[in-house]
Write a protein that binds this ligand. Structure first.
Ligand SMILES: CC(C)(COP(=O)(O)OP(=O)(O)OC[C@H]1O[C@@H](n2cnc3c(N)ncnc32)[C@H](O)[C@@H]1OP(=O)(O)O)[C@@H](O)C(=O)NCCC(=O)NCCS
Length: 155
Protein backbone atom coordinates (compact mmCIF):
# COMPACT_ATOMS: atom_id res chain seq x y z
CA UNK A 1 0.00 0.00 0.00
CA UNK A 2 1.37 3.40 -0.93
CA UNK A 3 -1.52 5.88 -0.75
CA UNK A 4 -0.82 9.56 -1.02
CA UNK A 5 -2.36 11.93 1.50
CA UNK A 6 -4.06 15.11 0.35
CA UNK A 7 -1.55 17.85 1.10
CA UNK A 8 -2.70 21.37 1.95
CA UNK A 9 -0.22 24.19 2.34
CA UNK A 10 -0.40 26.55 5.25
CA UNK A 11 -1.82 29.85 4.05
CA UNK A 12 -2.52 33.46 4.84
CA UNK A 13 -5.95 34.01 3.34
CA UNK A 14 -8.86 36.46 3.70
CA UNK A 15 -7.22 38.34 6.56
CA UNK A 16 -7.97 41.97 7.34
CA UNK A 17 -4.62 43.49 8.31
CA UNK A 18 -4.05 46.88 9.95
CA UNK A 19 -0.94 48.95 9.26
CA UNK A 20 2.54 47.73 10.03
CA UNK A 21 1.61 44.13 10.84
CA UNK A 22 4.44 41.58 10.66
CA UNK A 23 3.82 37.87 10.15
CA UNK A 24 6.58 35.26 10.07
CA UNK A 25 5.99 32.31 7.73
CA UNK A 26 5.00 29.55 7.90
CA UNK A 27 1.80 30.45 9.67
CA UNK A 28 -1.76 29.36 8.95
CA UNK A 29 -3.98 32.42 9.26
CA UNK A 30 -7.38 32.77 7.65
CA UNK A 31 -10.62 34.73 7.81
CA UNK A 32 -9.56 36.85 10.78
CA UNK A 33 -8.68 40.43 11.61
CA UNK A 34 -5.31 41.65 12.93
CA UNK A 35 -4.83 45.22 14.14
CA UNK A 36 -2.11 47.82 13.61
CA UNK A 37 1.46 47.09 14.72
CA UNK A 38 0.75 43.51 15.72
CA UNK A 39 3.40 40.81 15.34
CA UNK A 40 2.67 37.14 14.61
CA UNK A 41 5.54 34.66 14.98
CA UNK A 42 6.07 31.46 12.99
CA UNK A 43 4.03 28.26 13.25
CA UNK A 44 0.98 30.12 14.51
CA UNK A 45 -2.56 29.18 13.53
CA UNK A 46 -5.27 31.83 13.74
CA UNK A 47 -8.70 30.64 12.69
CA UNK A 48 -11.60 32.38 11.07
CA UNK A 49 -13.55 35.01 12.92
CA UNK A 50 -10.74 35.74 15.38
CA UNK A 51 -10.18 39.42 16.12
CA UNK A 52 -6.78 40.59 17.39
CA UNK A 53 -6.28 44.24 18.32
CA UNK A 54 -3.39 46.67 18.03
CA UNK A 55 0.17 46.41 19.34
CA UNK A 56 -0.12 42.73 20.16
CA UNK A 57 2.56 40.04 20.00
CA UNK A 58 1.54 36.50 19.17
CA UNK A 59 4.61 34.35 19.68
CA UNK A 60 5.51 31.20 17.78
CA UNK A 61 3.56 27.94 17.98
CA UNK A 62 0.39 29.41 19.44
CA UNK A 63 -3.09 28.30 18.39
CA UNK A 64 -5.93 30.83 18.39
CA UNK A 65 -9.20 29.19 17.54
CA UNK A 66 -12.54 30.48 16.31
CA UNK A 67 -14.57 32.56 18.79
CA UNK A 68 -11.50 34.19 20.35
CA UNK A 69 -11.38 37.97 20.60
CA UNK A 70 -8.16 39.66 21.77
CA UNK A 71 -7.88 43.36 22.65
CA UNK A 72 -4.95 45.78 22.37
CA UNK A 73 -1.44 45.53 23.85
CA UNK A 74 -1.79 41.81 24.48
CA UNK A 75 1.20 39.45 24.62
CA UNK A 76 0.54 35.81 23.79
CA UNK A 77 3.63 33.75 24.64
CA UNK A 78 4.99 30.75 22.79
CA UNK A 79 2.78 27.70 22.46
CA UNK A 80 -0.34 29.20 24.02
CA UNK A 81 -3.43 27.14 23.28
CA UNK A 82 -6.96 28.50 23.15
CA UNK A 83 -9.94 26.19 23.39
CA UNK A 84 -13.50 26.64 22.17
CA UNK A 85 -14.78 23.07 22.48
CA UNK A 86 -14.97 21.71 26.02
CA UNK A 87 -16.16 18.26 24.89
CA UNK A 88 -19.34 19.12 26.79
CA UNK A 89 -21.19 16.19 25.27
CA UNK A 90 -18.47 13.79 26.32
CA UNK A 91 -16.68 13.96 22.99
CA UNK A 92 -15.50 16.62 20.49
CA UNK A 93 -18.26 18.74 18.95
CA UNK A 94 -16.80 17.91 15.53
CA UNK A 95 -17.49 21.37 14.19
CA UNK A 96 -20.99 21.73 15.65
CA UNK A 97 -20.72 25.34 16.79
CA UNK A 98 -23.77 25.02 19.04
CA UNK A 99 -21.32 23.50 21.50
CA UNK A 100 -18.48 26.01 21.08
CA UNK A 101 -17.87 28.80 23.55
CA UNK A 102 -16.24 32.23 23.27
CA UNK A 103 -13.11 33.70 24.80
CA UNK A 104 -12.53 37.40 25.35
CA UNK A 105 -9.12 38.78 26.31
CA UNK A 106 -9.28 42.48 27.13
CA UNK A 107 -6.34 44.93 26.95
CA UNK A 108 -2.81 44.77 28.42
CA UNK A 109 -2.93 41.06 29.16
CA UNK A 110 0.28 38.97 29.03
CA UNK A 111 -0.09 35.22 28.67
CA UNK A 112 3.01 33.15 29.54
CA UNK A 113 4.35 30.39 27.35
CA UNK A 114 2.52 27.08 27.15
CA UNK A 115 -0.59 28.39 28.92
CA UNK A 116 -3.99 26.95 28.01
CA UNK A 117 -6.99 29.25 27.91
CA UNK A 118 -10.39 27.62 28.14
CA UNK A 119 -13.41 29.67 27.03
CA UNK A 120 -13.29 32.56 29.50
CA UNK A 121 -13.17 36.32 29.80
CA UNK A 122 -9.90 37.83 31.05
CA UNK A 123 -10.13 41.47 32.09
CA UNK A 124 -7.47 44.09 31.36
CA UNK A 125 -4.14 44.26 33.21
CA UNK A 126 -3.62 40.58 33.90
CA UNK A 127 -0.53 38.34 33.74
CA UNK A 128 -1.01 34.62 33.22
CA UNK A 129 2.00 32.54 34.27
CA UNK A 130 3.79 30.10 32.02
CA UNK A 131 2.00 26.76 31.86
CA UNK A 132 -1.17 28.00 33.55
CA UNK A 133 -4.57 26.56 32.70
CA UNK A 134 -7.24 29.25 32.89
CA UNK A 135 -10.56 27.56 33.54
CA UNK A 136 -12.68 30.44 34.89
CA UNK A 137 -13.28 34.10 34.08
CA UNK A 138 -10.69 36.48 35.50
CA UNK A 139 -12.43 39.67 36.55
CA UNK A 140 -9.74 41.45 38.54
CA UNK A 141 -6.24 42.53 37.52
CA UNK A 142 -3.32 40.55 38.90
CA UNK A 143 -0.90 37.68 38.34
CA UNK A 144 -2.42 34.22 37.98
CA UNK A 145 -0.56 30.89 37.86
CA UNK A 146 -1.13 27.16 37.98
CA UNK A 147 -3.73 24.61 36.99
CA UNK A 148 -6.42 25.73 37.58
CA UNK A 149 -5.03 29.29 37.47
CA UNK A 150 -5.26 31.21 40.75
CA UNK A 151 -4.27 34.75 41.66
CA UNK A 152 -0.90 34.97 43.46
CA UNK A 153 -0.46 38.72 43.64
CA UNK A 154 -1.49 42.16 42.49
CA UNK A 155 0.20 43.60 39.46
C1 LIG B 1 3.83 34.21 36.75
C2 LIG B 1 5.09 35.01 36.78
C3 LIG B 1 4.90 36.36 36.09
C4 LIG B 1 5.32 35.22 38.29
O1 LIG B 1 6.45 35.97 38.49
P1 LIG B 1 6.74 36.54 39.98
O2 LIG B 1 5.60 37.37 40.45
O3 LIG B 1 8.09 37.15 39.92
O4 LIG B 1 6.66 35.24 40.88
P2 LIG B 1 7.81 34.52 41.70
O5 LIG B 1 8.88 34.04 40.81
O6 LIG B 1 8.17 35.42 42.84
O7 LIG B 1 7.00 33.25 42.28
C5 LIG B 1 5.98 33.38 43.21
C6 LIG B 1 5.42 31.98 43.47
O8 LIG B 1 4.69 31.57 42.31
C7 LIG B 1 5.24 30.37 41.78
N1 LIG B 1 5.24 30.52 40.31
C8 LIG B 1 5.85 31.44 39.56
N2 LIG B 1 5.56 31.28 38.26
C9 LIG B 1 4.78 30.21 38.19
C10 LIG B 1 4.17 29.54 37.12
N3 LIG B 1 4.32 29.97 35.86
N4 LIG B 1 3.40 28.48 37.39
C11 LIG B 1 3.23 28.03 38.69
N5 LIG B 1 3.79 28.64 39.75
C12 LIG B 1 4.57 29.72 39.50
C13 LIG B 1 6.66 30.32 42.33
O9 LIG B 1 7.13 28.98 42.38
C14 LIG B 1 6.47 30.92 43.69
O10 LIG B 1 5.90 29.95 44.51
P3 LIG B 1 6.24 29.89 46.10
O11 LIG B 1 5.72 31.18 46.67
O12 LIG B 1 5.49 28.68 46.57
O13 LIG B 1 7.72 29.78 46.18
C15 LIG B 1 6.28 34.27 36.10
O14 LIG B 1 6.80 33.26 36.92
C16 LIG B 1 5.87 33.66 34.77
O15 LIG B 1 5.40 32.51 34.68
N6 LIG B 1 6.07 34.46 33.70
C17 LIG B 1 5.76 34.04 32.34
C18 LIG B 1 6.93 34.40 31.45
C19 LIG B 1 6.74 33.90 30.04
O16 LIG B 1 6.11 32.88 29.78
N7 LIG B 1 7.31 34.63 29.09
C20 LIG B 1 7.12 34.29 27.67
C21 LIG B 1 8.19 34.93 26.82
S1 LIG B 1 9.80 34.28 27.12
Amino acid sequence: MNNRPKLDKSRIKDVSFGCNVRVIKPSNIYGCSIGNNTFVGPFVEIQKGVVIGENCKIQSHSFICELVNIGDDVFIGHGVMFINDLFSQGFPANGNKDFWLETKIENKVSVGSNATILPVRICSNVVIGAGAVVTKDINEPGVYVGNPAKKIREL
